[in-house]
Design a protein around this ligand. Structure first.
Ligand code: NAD
Length: 292
């Protein structure tokens, strides 16, 4: 059996179209949703992510801005920029691109963003709201995107055994909170780098979500036949057959997993496009709330 592909690019395009419709509706009420991204330094990967966010928010009809600061920016200078954005009524969403240069503490910066503009969903207030099941906060974009992929692909989550690999604050932990709650109702196991006998857990999973940052670590023999596999991983590995000498791959060994799973996300084109789509969705919600 060959698994059905969960096409994140197509699902993200649907969400982006829904967002564009919501933006147009908000504009008739005099509000242009505004997203400002702050990029500190010249990390090439971060610059690519940021320009992707800028393009996508413009395409959805939002007011989009990127503030580029030098790598030598001090923490106080960055906090001053965040404070200006906090006070700016035209800015509904603020995103400070991570990672930050070593002189800046990311947690301090995240805590400085007012929670109602924290469209990344990293502020402790938003993380706390997610955990207690309050829906008026913002949820971290990647795990929120995974839930959309599952829902829109018709995956039955109620009572399912969901196994997550990874316990990071931006993926694994919020993923667990989302899957265990009302809308999903899954039974959740979280595995991490100290988990004993990882395969014993993964082989139980009806829904397997992998976010470990380890290239192709999950092979077909570790997957329960018929499971739904969501690969969050994004790894660049050497590949002499490619012009660049590298290729992008996930944390799942796709070629073996596709023969065992019932549905699977590809890398690229699975979870990746959903992250930006959910950022846009969060920004529209922030703008809507500014009306109340
Ligand atoms: P992280 O490094 O913060 O966390 C990795 C987690 O995996 C840790 O909790 C660790 O305990 C666990 N882990 C590591 N090795 C393991 C092993 N051998 N067995 C079991 N658990 C193990 O990473 P992150 O920020 O959560 O990202 C994870 C992956 O997802 C990375 O490849 C990252 O690039 C990717 N990612 C993709 C998107 C996207 O939009 N597609 C967004 C965020 C992260």
């Amino acid at each position: 059996m060959l698994a059905e592909l969960i096409d994140g690019k197509a699902i993200a395009a649907v969400i982006r179209a829904e967002v564009a419709r919501d933006v147009a509706e908000l504009m008739t009420r005099g509000v242009v949703p505004g997203l400002t991204v702050v990029l500190v330094g010249d990390d090439a990967a971060s610059a690519t992510y940021v320009s992707g966010k800028e393009k996508a928010s413009r395409a959805a009809g939002m007011a989009s801005a990127t503030i580029r600061l030098p790598a030598t920016t001090s923490q106080d200078e960055l906090l001053a920029v965040v404070e200006q954005l906090n006070a700016d009524r035209a800015v509904h969403g603020i995103l400070v691109q991570m990672p930050l240069p070593s002189q800046i503490d990311p947690d301090t910066v995240i805590r400085h963003i007012v929670p109602h503009k924290d469209v990344d969903g990293f502020h402790p207030v938003n993380v706390g709201k997610l955990l207690i099941g309050h829906t008026d906060g913002f949820v971290s974009c990647t795990p929120a995107g995974v839930i959309e992929l599952l829902v829109r692909s018709g995956v039955q989550m109620r009572g399912a055994e969901a196994v997550i690999i990874g316990r990071s604050n931006i993926v694994g932990k919020p993923m667990a909170a989302l899957l265990m709650q009302g809308r999903s109702d899954a039974t959740v196991t979280v595995c991490h780098s100290r988990t004993r006998d990882l395969a014993a857990h993964t082989r139980r999973a009806d829904i397997l979500i992998v976010a470990a940052g380890r290239a192709e670590m999950i092979t077909g023999d570790m997957i329960k036949p018929g499971a739904v596999v969501i690969d969050v991983g994004m790894n660049r590995v050497p590949d002499a057959t490619r012009a660049l000498g590298t290729r992008l791959c996930g944390d799942v060994h796709f070629a073996s997993a596709v023969n065992v799973a019932s549905k699977i996300t590809p890398v690229p084109g699975g979870v990746g496009p959903m992250t930006i789509a959910m950022l846009l969705k969060n920004t529209v919600r922030a703008a809507e709330r500014s009306l109340h």
